[in-house]
Design a protein around this ligand. Sequence first.
Ligand SMILES: Nc1ncnc2c1ncn2[C@@H]1O[C@H](COP(=O)(O)OP(=O)(O)OP(=O)(O)O)[C@@H](O)[C@H]1O
Ligand SMILES: [Mg+2]
Length: 213
Amino acid sequence: MIIALFNQKGGVGKTTSAINLAAALALGGDSVTVVDADAQQQAVGHEMPGVSTVPALGADELRRAVSEAGANWVLIDCPPSLVEAAPALPLADLILAPLPPRFKDLSGLAALRETVEAVRERGRPNLLLRVFVTQRDARVALQGEYEKQLRGAFGSLVLQTVVPRAAAFEKADMARQSVLDFAPSSPGAAAYRDLAQEVRALWASSSSSSSTN
Ligand SMILES: Nc1ncnc2c1ncn2[C@@H]1O[C@H](COP(=O)(O)OP(=O)(O)OP(=O)(O)O)[C@@H](O)[C@H]1O
Ligand SMILES: [Mg+2]
């Protein structure tokens, strides 16, 4: 399955999710490639067992990197710009958007749906879209309210997994590791293992029927 981690908002957790979801998918023995399509190149250089990381800038390089990956799972870390991420989106089976429960981030979701709809109309009718809540701080009551609104408005588009806000992510990042290696028993690591399970289930159900988008 080819998954594009995309959200045109910056700093939402695309790169963090590419790294940690890759590490979690690799735990089961599957091969995983992270394609770093962001000029910031923040995914390359991370060391995860069973995961290879390749840089790919520009449409041609990106297409080649994805088609030559030869892995069970290819995760594309997209840049925070629709124009720059545009070549990546039609290559994917699933657009997966990390979404912090903050007002300014929730407001971009309608645009994200339109973007995916446009890609579907241009020849990728089965392109899946899912979002998941990340950087969730249990102490902030308002975030619970936003999450409720999000689930009410977008229903099954929102995955069950919620990634907590945790300092371990930044520390793991500094060590160029996934949080699964850096702090395997942390709640953050557990969340990405759960996310991997949900993504596996989604892939299993979408491979058996093509009408679940
Ligand atoms: N769940 C989390 N808890 C705490 N910090 C997090 C979490 N997820 C990501 N971060 C931190 O937030 C910052 C932004 O995350 P990240 O780089 O993954 O976002 P991004 O969407 O890829 O950003 P950009 O749009 O610039 O590419 C990083 O410093 C990262 O370590
Ligand atoms: Mg990034």
